[in-house]
Design a protein around this ligand. Structure first.
Ligand SMILES: NC(=O)c1ccc[n+]([C@@H]2O[C@H](COP(=O)([O-])OP(=O)(O)OC[C@H]3O[C@@H](n4cnc5c(N)ncnc54)[C@H](OP(=O)(O)O)[C@@H]3O)[C@@H](O)[C@H]2O)c1
Length: 311
Protein backbone atom coordinates (compact mmCIF):
# COMPACT_ATOMS: atom_id res chain seq x y z
CA UNK A 1 0.00 0.00 0.00
CA UNK A 2 1.18 3.48 -0.84
CA UNK A 3 -0.52 5.50 1.91
CA UNK A 4 -0.54 9.21 1.41
CA UNK A 5 1.51 9.32 -1.77
CA UNK A 6 -0.13 11.91 -3.96
CA UNK A 7 -0.53 11.35 -7.68
CA UNK A 8 -1.71 13.95 -10.18
CA UNK A 9 -3.63 12.21 -12.94
CA UNK A 10 -4.54 13.93 -16.20
CA UNK A 11 -6.78 12.20 -18.72
CA UNK A 12 -8.42 10.28 -15.86
CA UNK A 13 -11.77 10.36 -17.64
CA UNK A 14 -10.46 8.59 -20.75
CA UNK A 15 -10.28 4.96 -21.79
CA UNK A 16 -7.10 4.17 -19.82
CA UNK A 17 -7.51 6.68 -16.97
CA UNK A 18 -10.98 5.41 -16.06
CA UNK A 19 -9.50 1.97 -15.46
CA UNK A 20 -6.34 3.25 -13.80
CA UNK A 21 -8.01 5.54 -11.26
CA UNK A 22 -9.69 2.83 -9.10
CA UNK A 23 -6.51 0.76 -9.17
CA UNK A 24 -4.44 3.66 -7.84
CA UNK A 25 -7.03 4.27 -5.09
CA UNK A 26 -7.00 0.56 -4.17
CA UNK A 27 -3.24 0.73 -3.78
CA UNK A 28 -3.58 3.56 -1.30
CA UNK A 29 -2.50 6.48 -3.45
CA UNK A 30 -4.15 9.87 -2.94
CA UNK A 31 -5.25 10.70 -6.46
CA UNK A 32 -5.81 14.27 -7.62
CA UNK A 33 -7.73 14.31 -10.88
CA UNK A 34 -6.83 17.12 -13.27
CA UNK A 35 -9.48 17.58 -15.91
CA UNK A 36 -10.82 20.22 -18.29
CA UNK A 37 -14.23 19.45 -16.74
CA UNK A 38 -13.62 18.69 -13.05
CA UNK A 39 -17.31 18.39 -12.14
CA UNK A 40 -17.90 15.82 -14.88
CA UNK A 41 -14.82 13.97 -13.69
CA UNK A 42 -16.17 13.97 -10.12
CA UNK A 43 -19.48 12.49 -11.31
CA UNK A 44 -17.74 9.84 -13.40
CA UNK A 45 -14.98 8.94 -10.96
CA UNK A 46 -16.04 9.56 -7.35
CA UNK A 47 -13.49 9.13 -4.57
CA UNK A 48 -10.54 11.23 -5.69
CA UNK A 49 -8.72 13.45 -3.20
CA UNK A 50 -9.52 16.49 -5.37
CA UNK A 51 -10.84 17.47 -8.79
CA UNK A 52 -8.91 20.35 -10.25
CA UNK A 53 -9.38 22.29 -13.43
CA UNK A 54 -6.54 21.63 -15.84
CA UNK A 55 -6.18 22.82 -19.39
CA UNK A 56 -3.12 22.41 -21.58
CA UNK A 57 -2.09 26.05 -21.77
CA UNK A 58 -3.23 27.26 -18.35
CA UNK A 59 -1.79 27.33 -14.87
CA UNK A 60 -3.96 26.98 -11.77
CA UNK A 61 -4.43 25.19 -8.44
CA UNK A 62 -3.19 21.96 -10.05
CA UNK A 63 0.31 23.46 -10.02
CA UNK A 64 0.07 23.87 -6.24
CA UNK A 65 -1.11 20.26 -5.90
CA UNK A 66 1.83 19.16 -8.03
CA UNK A 67 4.28 20.63 -5.51
CA UNK A 68 5.08 17.79 -3.12
CA UNK A 69 3.26 15.13 -5.15
CA UNK A 70 4.96 11.75 -5.56
CA UNK A 71 4.06 11.29 -9.23
CA UNK A 72 2.32 12.70 -12.27
CA UNK A 73 0.60 10.36 -14.67
CA UNK A 74 -0.16 12.36 -17.78
CA UNK A 75 -2.64 10.74 -20.13
CA UNK A 76 -4.55 13.74 -21.50
CA UNK A 77 -4.70 14.56 -25.18
CA UNK A 78 -7.28 15.15 -27.91
CA UNK A 79 -8.30 11.78 -29.35
CA UNK A 80 -6.28 10.81 -32.41
CA UNK A 81 -9.41 9.01 -33.59
CA UNK A 82 -12.92 9.32 -32.18
CA UNK A 83 -14.20 6.13 -33.57
CA UNK A 84 -12.89 5.95 -37.08
CA UNK A 85 -15.85 7.84 -38.48
CA UNK A 86 -15.96 10.43 -35.68
CA UNK A 87 -13.37 13.00 -36.74
CA UNK A 88 -11.32 13.83 -39.80
CA UNK A 89 -7.77 15.05 -39.62
CA UNK A 90 -8.52 18.59 -40.75
CA UNK A 91 -5.62 21.04 -40.28
CA UNK A 92 -7.45 22.51 -37.27
CA UNK A 93 -7.99 19.13 -35.65
CA UNK A 94 -4.40 18.09 -36.33
CA UNK A 95 -3.28 21.23 -34.51
CA UNK A 96 -5.54 20.32 -31.58
CA UNK A 97 -4.13 16.78 -31.42
CA UNK A 98 -0.63 18.21 -31.35
CA UNK A 99 -1.15 21.18 -29.05
CA UNK A 100 -3.14 19.25 -26.47
CA UNK A 101 -0.11 16.99 -26.03
CA UNK A 102 2.89 19.22 -26.63
CA UNK A 103 1.60 22.35 -24.87
CA UNK A 104 0.01 20.28 -22.08
CA UNK A 105 3.21 18.38 -21.33
CA UNK A 106 5.25 21.59 -21.52
CA UNK A 107 2.98 23.22 -18.93
CA UNK A 108 3.33 20.27 -16.56
CA UNK A 109 7.11 20.25 -16.85
CA UNK A 110 7.26 24.02 -16.34
CA UNK A 111 5.24 23.54 -13.14
CA UNK A 112 7.63 20.78 -12.05
CA UNK A 113 10.53 23.20 -12.58
CA UNK A 114 8.81 25.79 -10.40
CA UNK A 115 7.91 23.35 -7.60
CA UNK A 116 9.85 23.47 -4.34
CA UNK A 117 9.37 19.71 -3.84
CA UNK A 118 9.45 18.02 -7.23
CA UNK A 119 7.71 14.74 -7.97
CA UNK A 120 9.82 11.59 -8.08
CA UNK A 121 8.32 10.36 -11.32
CA UNK A 122 6.53 11.56 -14.44
CA UNK A 123 4.80 8.98 -16.56
CA UNK A 124 3.90 10.62 -19.82
CA UNK A 125 1.75 8.87 -22.39
CA UNK A 126 3.07 8.39 -25.88
CA UNK A 127 2.22 5.84 -28.54
CA UNK A 128 3.73 3.14 -30.73
CA UNK A 129 3.03 5.62 -33.52
CA UNK A 130 6.40 7.07 -32.45
CA UNK A 131 8.07 4.46 -34.66
CA UNK A 132 6.13 5.43 -37.77
CA UNK A 133 4.65 2.81 -40.08
CA UNK A 134 6.72 -0.21 -40.96
CA UNK A 135 6.60 -3.85 -41.99
CA UNK A 136 6.90 -7.02 -39.89
CA UNK A 137 10.35 -6.04 -38.59
CA UNK A 138 10.16 -6.14 -34.78
CA UNK A 139 10.78 -2.76 -33.13
CA UNK A 140 11.93 -2.31 -29.56
CA UNK A 141 12.52 0.91 -27.65
CA UNK A 142 15.84 1.53 -29.40
CA UNK A 143 14.20 1.84 -32.84
CA UNK A 144 14.31 5.33 -34.40
CA UNK A 145 11.20 7.49 -34.82
CA UNK A 146 9.14 7.72 -37.99
CA UNK A 147 8.34 10.95 -39.80
CA UNK A 148 4.59 10.80 -40.47
CA UNK A 149 2.07 13.00 -38.65
CA UNK A 150 1.56 10.77 -35.59
CA UNK A 151 5.28 10.01 -35.25
CA UNK A 152 6.14 13.72 -35.37
CA UNK A 153 3.62 14.39 -32.61
CA UNK A 154 5.02 11.60 -30.44
CA UNK A 155 8.54 12.93 -30.90
CA UNK A 156 7.56 16.49 -29.95
CA UNK A 157 5.40 15.22 -27.04
CA UNK A 158 8.21 13.06 -25.67
CA UNK A 159 10.74 15.88 -26.05
CA UNK A 160 8.64 17.98 -23.68
CA UNK A 161 8.45 15.14 -21.13
CA UNK A 162 12.20 14.45 -21.31
CA UNK A 163 12.90 18.00 -20.07
CA UNK A 164 11.84 16.81 -16.61
CA UNK A 165 14.85 14.45 -16.47
CA UNK A 166 17.21 17.39 -16.04
CA UNK A 167 15.04 18.45 -13.06
CA UNK A 168 15.84 15.19 -11.28
CA UNK A 169 12.57 13.47 -12.15
CA UNK A 170 12.42 9.85 -13.32
CA UNK A 171 10.56 10.07 -16.63
CA UNK A 172 8.83 7.15 -18.31
CA UNK A 173 7.53 7.70 -21.83
CA UNK A 174 4.87 5.08 -22.26
CA UNK A 175 4.54 4.10 -25.91
CA UNK A 176 1.19 2.39 -25.82
CA UNK A 177 -0.13 0.15 -28.57
CA UNK A 178 -3.77 -0.48 -29.45
CA UNK A 179 -5.58 -0.87 -26.13
CA UNK A 180 -8.32 -3.44 -26.69
CA UNK A 181 -11.58 -2.34 -25.16
CA UNK A 182 -14.92 -3.66 -26.38
CA UNK A 183 -16.65 -0.34 -25.73
CA UNK A 184 -14.26 2.23 -27.14
CA UNK A 185 -11.22 2.62 -29.31
CA UNK A 186 -10.12 0.29 -32.09
CA UNK A 187 -11.75 -2.96 -30.93
CA UNK A 188 -15.16 -1.32 -30.58
CA UNK A 189 -14.92 -0.39 -34.27
CA UNK A 190 -13.30 -3.55 -35.57
CA UNK A 191 -15.89 -5.87 -34.07
CA UNK A 192 -18.89 -4.17 -35.70
CA UNK A 193 -18.69 -5.84 -39.14
CA UNK A 194 -17.98 -9.21 -37.50
CA UNK A 195 -21.09 -8.91 -35.38
CA UNK A 196 -22.98 -8.31 -38.65
CA UNK A 197 -21.26 -11.34 -40.22
CA UNK A 198 -19.52 -9.22 -42.85
CA UNK A 199 -16.12 -9.07 -41.17
CA UNK A 200 -12.78 -9.45 -42.86
CA UNK A 201 -9.20 -8.27 -42.95
CA UNK A 202 -8.37 -4.68 -43.75
CA UNK A 203 -6.20 -4.77 -46.83
CA UNK A 204 -3.37 -5.29 -47.40
CA UNK A 205 -3.74 -7.49 -44.27
CA UNK A 206 0.03 -7.71 -43.78
CA UNK A 207 0.18 -4.53 -41.65
CA UNK A 208 0.96 -5.24 -38.01
CA UNK A 209 -1.25 -4.33 -35.07
CA UNK A 210 0.60 -3.95 -31.78
CA UNK A 211 -2.23 -4.58 -29.36
CA UNK A 212 -2.45 -4.78 -25.56
CA UNK A 213 -5.10 -6.03 -23.12
CA UNK A 214 -6.16 -3.26 -20.68
CA UNK A 215 -5.04 -5.41 -17.71
CA UNK A 216 -1.50 -5.36 -19.08
CA UNK A 217 -1.65 -1.66 -19.94
CA UNK A 218 -2.44 -1.09 -16.26
CA UNK A 219 0.18 -3.62 -15.15
CA UNK A 220 2.86 -1.83 -17.14
CA UNK A 221 1.69 1.56 -15.88
CA UNK A 222 2.06 0.32 -12.29
CA UNK A 223 5.47 -1.11 -13.09
CA UNK A 224 6.50 2.27 -14.50
CA UNK A 225 5.18 3.98 -11.37
CA UNK A 226 6.59 1.69 -8.71
CA UNK A 227 9.78 0.17 -10.12
CA UNK A 228 12.56 2.72 -9.87
CA UNK A 229 14.50 0.94 -12.59
CA UNK A 230 11.87 2.02 -15.13
CA UNK A 231 12.82 5.11 -17.06
CA UNK A 232 12.99 6.39 -20.62
CA UNK A 233 10.91 4.95 -23.46
CA UNK A 234 8.73 2.00 -22.52
CA UNK A 235 6.61 0.06 -24.99
CA UNK A 236 3.22 -0.99 -23.64
CA UNK A 237 2.25 -3.72 -26.10
CA UNK A 238 1.68 -7.45 -25.88
CA UNK A 239 4.71 -9.55 -26.86
CA UNK A 240 2.81 -11.04 -29.82
CA UNK A 241 1.79 -8.33 -32.28
CA UNK A 242 -0.34 -9.69 -35.11
CA UNK A 243 -0.74 -8.99 -38.77
CA UNK A 244 -4.15 -7.51 -39.48
CA UNK A 245 -5.11 -10.68 -41.35
CA UNK A 246 -4.29 -12.87 -38.32
CA UNK A 247 -5.89 -10.36 -35.95
CA UNK A 248 -9.14 -10.45 -37.93
CA UNK A 249 -9.08 -14.24 -38.27
CA UNK A 250 -8.78 -14.55 -34.49
CA UNK A 251 -11.47 -11.92 -33.92
CA UNK A 252 -13.74 -13.88 -36.27
CA UNK A 253 -13.07 -17.11 -34.37
CA UNK A 254 -13.83 -15.51 -31.02
CA UNK A 255 -17.05 -13.95 -32.33
CA UNK A 256 -17.93 -17.09 -34.27
CA UNK A 257 -18.14 -15.04 -37.44
CA UNK A 258 -15.55 -15.84 -40.10
CA UNK A 259 -13.28 -13.15 -41.54
CA UNK A 260 -14.38 -13.54 -45.15
CA UNK A 261 -14.97 -10.08 -46.57
CA UNK A 262 -11.78 -8.07 -47.08
CA UNK A 263 -12.04 -4.31 -46.66
CA UNK A 264 -10.27 -2.64 -49.61
CA UNK A 265 -7.76 0.05 -48.78
CA UNK A 266 -9.24 2.54 -51.28
CA UNK A 267 -12.64 2.53 -49.54
CA UNK A 268 -11.00 3.48 -46.24
CA UNK A 269 -8.94 6.14 -47.98
CA UNK A 270 -12.12 7.55 -49.45
CA UNK A 271 -13.88 7.57 -46.08
CA UNK A 272 -11.01 8.60 -43.83
CA UNK A 273 -8.43 10.40 -45.95
CA UNK A 274 -4.97 10.47 -44.35
CA UNK A 275 -6.35 8.95 -41.15
CA UNK A 276 -6.76 5.65 -43.02
CA UNK A 277 -3.03 5.17 -42.45
CA UNK A 278 -3.84 4.22 -38.87
CA UNK A 279 -5.60 1.05 -40.02
CA UNK A 280 -4.07 0.18 -43.39
CA UNK A 281 -0.55 0.56 -42.01
CA UNK A 282 0.96 -0.48 -38.71
CA UNK A 283 4.06 -1.42 -36.82
CA UNK A 284 5.33 -4.55 -35.08
CA UNK A 285 6.36 -3.36 -31.62
CA UNK A 286 7.80 -5.46 -28.80
CA UNK A 287 7.74 -4.64 -25.07
CA UNK A 288 11.46 -5.26 -24.58
CA UNK A 289 11.97 -3.01 -21.54
CA UNK A 290 8.94 -4.25 -19.62
CA UNK A 291 10.06 -7.83 -20.20
CA UNK A 292 13.65 -7.00 -19.23
CA UNK A 293 12.29 -5.74 -15.90
CA UNK A 294 10.46 -9.05 -15.44
CA UNK A 295 6.92 -7.94 -16.27
CA UNK A 296 4.77 -11.02 -16.69
CA UNK A 297 1.92 -10.52 -19.15
CA UNK A 298 -1.55 -11.60 -18.07
CA UNK A 299 -2.59 -11.75 -21.73
CA UNK A 300 0.44 -12.38 -23.93
CA UNK A 301 -1.68 -13.98 -26.69
CA UNK A 302 -4.50 -12.44 -28.68
CA UNK A 303 -7.14 -15.17 -28.58
CA UNK A 304 -7.44 -15.43 -24.78
CA UNK A 305 -7.32 -11.62 -24.60
CA UNK A 306 -10.24 -11.29 -27.02
CA UNK A 307 -12.12 -14.13 -25.34
CA UNK A 308 -11.80 -12.32 -22.03
CA UNK A 309 -12.89 -8.97 -23.44
CA UNK A 310 -15.71 -10.14 -25.69
CA UNK A 311 -17.16 -12.93 -23.54
N1 LIG B 1 -6.24 4.03 -26.06
C1 LIG B 1 -5.27 3.65 -26.89
O1 LIG B 1 -5.39 2.63 -27.60
C2 LIG B 1 -3.99 4.44 -26.94
C3 LIG B 1 -2.96 3.97 -27.77
C4 LIG B 1 -1.77 4.70 -27.83
C5 LIG B 1 -1.61 5.85 -27.08
N2 LIG B 1 -2.62 6.28 -26.29
C6 LIG B 1 -2.42 7.55 -25.55
O2 LIG B 1 -2.60 7.35 -24.16
C7 LIG B 1 -3.27 8.48 -23.59
C8 LIG B 1 -4.52 7.98 -22.89
O3 LIG B 1 -5.30 7.26 -23.85
P1 LIG B 1 -6.89 7.17 -23.73
O4 LIG B 1 -7.32 6.25 -24.82
O5 LIG B 1 -7.28 6.89 -22.32
O6 LIG B 1 -7.28 8.66 -24.11
P2 LIG B 1 -8.74 9.29 -24.38
O7 LIG B 1 -9.76 8.41 -23.79
O8 LIG B 1 -8.88 9.61 -25.84
O9 LIG B 1 -8.63 10.71 -23.65
C9 LIG B 1 -7.94 10.97 -22.48
C10 LIG B 1 -8.37 12.29 -21.89
O10 LIG B 1 -7.77 13.39 -22.56
C11 LIG B 1 -8.53 14.56 -22.25
N3 LIG B 1 -8.74 15.31 -23.50
C12 LIG B 1 -9.58 15.03 -24.53
N4 LIG B 1 -9.52 15.98 -25.48
C13 LIG B 1 -8.61 16.87 -25.04
C14 LIG B 1 -8.11 18.10 -25.56
N5 LIG B 1 -8.55 18.59 -26.73
N6 LIG B 1 -7.18 18.77 -24.83
C15 LIG B 1 -6.73 18.28 -23.65
N7 LIG B 1 -7.19 17.14 -23.10
C16 LIG B 1 -8.10 16.45 -23.79
C17 LIG B 1 -9.86 14.09 -21.68
O11 LIG B 1 -9.85 14.37 -20.28
P3 LIG B 1 -10.75 15.56 -19.62
O12 LIG B 1 -11.97 15.73 -20.46
O13 LIG B 1 -11.04 15.02 -18.25
O14 LIG B 1 -9.88 16.75 -19.59
C18 LIG B 1 -9.84 12.60 -21.95
O15 LIG B 1 -10.54 11.87 -21.00
C19 LIG B 1 -3.58 9.44 -24.75
O16 LIG B 1 -2.63 10.46 -24.75
C20 LIG B 1 -3.47 8.57 -25.97
O17 LIG B 1 -3.03 9.29 -27.11
C21 LIG B 1 -3.80 5.60 -26.20
Amino acid sequence: MQHGKRILLTGATGLIGTKLFPLLCERGYEVVICSRYPEQARAKLPGAAAYLHWAPAESGPWATALDGAHAIIHLAGAPITQGLLGVRWTPAYKAEIRNSRVVGTRGLVNAIAAATQRPAVLISASAVGYYGYSDATPLDETAPPGDDFVAQICVAWEQEAVRAESLGVRVVRLRTGIVLDPHSGALAQLQVPFRMHVGGPIMPGTQYYSWIHPADELGILLLALEDERAHGPFNATAPTPQSNRDFCTTLGEVLDSPAWLPVPEFSLRLALGEMADLVVKGQCVLPARAQALGYSFKYPHLKPALQDLLK
